[in-house]
Design a binder for this molecule. Structure first.
Ligand SMILES: CC(C)(COP(=O)(O)OP(=O)(O)OC[C@H]1O[C@@H](n2cnc3c(N)ncnc32)[C@H](O)[C@@H]1OP(=O)(O)O)[C@@H](O)C(=O)NCCC(=O)NCCS
Length: 430
């Protein structure tokens, strides 16, 4: 356990009398940034971050060690940071409130003393009490958060499109693409994302920083304007905007010479395809890089020459922690009808229990059962994330040993209800 002289404090999103960010907030943010190896924020960057955190209604926690020598260390500087905010997650048949956790850092002087465990245990219990059916985060390392009940739910990979010469698509072009100043994306970016978010399983709501990035107010170097950002929108045949794109030239030194997609939000599959066609039509460019491709990105099927696509940097993206099994799983899609009992073990005690699923025509009612009925399947809470979002089939989870079936020959019966087409996918992190 952590030693008693550590103080766990809420850090308010406060301003000084002159309107500038409070010293406490500044010290918290700079400690979190240092944890991710960023330089300390300038005055203007602090202001931008505070504005964005105010809009997101972030809840910040700092951990302070009063045993540090006061003559050497500003006592406002925390030894650990943690923050959360409320957004939503699309779980297939519904968009649910999601407790998002981010900017988790523990200084090397204080690691492995149980600080993260204390922060996480308290925060998840609070999120459950506040009625959140699930929590989510993105992780720097895959081995940290499983012990707290988070399961790997989405993956992403970098897609590199070779655009030398004439890139040919099977489908004929449709609609039109217009290049514009990023600042013009203000309202469009938010609206298009909400349309996309409402239809894409695995999509997670966006924090304020995304809007600021899309409109060029924030750039790749941090929360400050970036003149490198370019923008375009796709309009369908009726002139309705159905997708937008921000992208930047990587510089003449980068080889192959390339454009990097910063953000691409399409409300329709045609909009997405046409925005890639637009990217592929740039002269003097050899490659287009897109970092948020799904594990099964459909672009390969659109191109005549699929060898133009290569994939790198495949990694886990969203980690989901179920807090309320009936509420979370009622917002998921199923197939067909049937019944089964799932037993969940949760070392934090938040989701443990046996649950009866009654599936009727693709939707389920879930009830927590008293006593200890014989389950058809059992798992640790960390398997619930991928099970909820349909990230893997029942057969694959059973084969991996993380979903234990009472009768292994039942994998097909359960899979017929629980397996979903495609994979969940998120196009942003936090
Ligand atoms: C990851 C980090 C937050 C852990 O904080 P911490 O206070 O040292 O963690 P705790 O002491 O509470 O450890 C809790 C458990 O996680 C384990 N753990 C912590 N960091 C781990 C890591 N990087 N890899 C694997 N296990 C880890 C501990 O061994 C401990 O396991 P146990 O409960 O089974 O004994 C901290 O090391 C850190 O700041 N790392 C750099 C930034 C980072 O990666 N942040 C995560 C961003 S999403």
């Amino acid at each position: 356990m952590h030693p008693g002289h550590l103080r766990f404090e809420n850090v308010p999103l406060a301003r000084r009398k002159d309107g500038k960010a409070s010293e406490l907030y500044a010290a918290w943010l700079n400690t979190a940034w240092e944890g991710f190896n960023h330089k300390p924020a300038t005055g203007e960057q602090l202001e931008q971050m505070l504005q964005a955190h105010e809009i997101d209604a972030r809840v910040l926690t700092g951990v302070y060690d009063d045993a540090r020598p006061a003559e050497l260390v500003d006592p406002l500087v925390p030894v650990a940071t943690y923050s959360s905010f409320a957004k939503t997650l699309n779980v297939g048949a519904g968009v649910l409130p999601a407790h998002l956790i981010t900017l988790v850092t523990v200084r090397p002087t204080h690691r492995r003393r149980g600080i993260l465990r204390e922060l996480m245990g308290t925060d998840l219990a609070r999120a459950k009490a506040a009625g959140f059916p699930l929590a989510a985060l993105t992780a720097t390392e895959a081995t940290i958060y499983g012990r707290f009940g988070f399961g790997r739910a989405t993956e992403q990979q970098r897609m590199n499109l070779d655009v030398r010469g004439d890139v040919r698509f099977h489908a004929a072009p449709e609609g039109s693409v217009t290049q514009l100043e990023p600042a013009k994306l203000g309202v469009i970016a938010g609206e298009l994302f909400e349309r996309f978010h409402g239809t894409q399983r695995g999509s997670v709501g966006r924090q304020e920083s995304y809007l600021r990035h899309a409109t060029g107010r924030w750039g790749s170097e941090g929360p400050e304007p970036d003149s490198k950002t370019r923008a375009a929108v796709y309009l369908d045949a009726s002139g309705t905007v159905q997708g937008y794109l921000t992208y930047a030239f990587a510089g003449w030194e980068a080889k192959p010479i390339r454009l990097n997609v910063l953000d691409l939000v399409a409300a329709t599959p045609v909009a997405r395809r046409e925005l890639f066609r637009f990217l592929a039509a740039h002269d003097l460019i050899e490659q287009v890089g897109y970092p948020f491709a799904a594990a099964n990105d459909p672009l390969g099927w659109a191109l005549e020459d699929t060898a133009r696509l290569t994939y790198t940097e495949r990694e886990h993206s969203l980690w989901v922690r179920v807090l309320d099994v009936p509420a979370a799983f009622a917002a998921r899609e199923y197939r067909g009808s049937g019944r089964f009992i799932l037993r969940v073990e949760d070392s934090l005690g938040l989701a443990s229990g046996s649950y009866a699923f009654s599936v009727v025509d693709g939707r389920a009612a879930i009830a927590r059962l008293e006593g200890d009925p014989l389950p058809d399947a059992s798992c640790d809470v960390q398997t619930l994330g991928p099970l909820l979002l349909g990230s893997a089939s029942v057969a694959d989870l059973a084969e991996a040993g993380v979903l234990r079936l009472a009768d292994p020959s039942n994998a097909n019966t359960l899979g017929a209800m629980l397996d979903l087409p495609g994979v969940p996918h998120a196009i942003n992190g936090f």
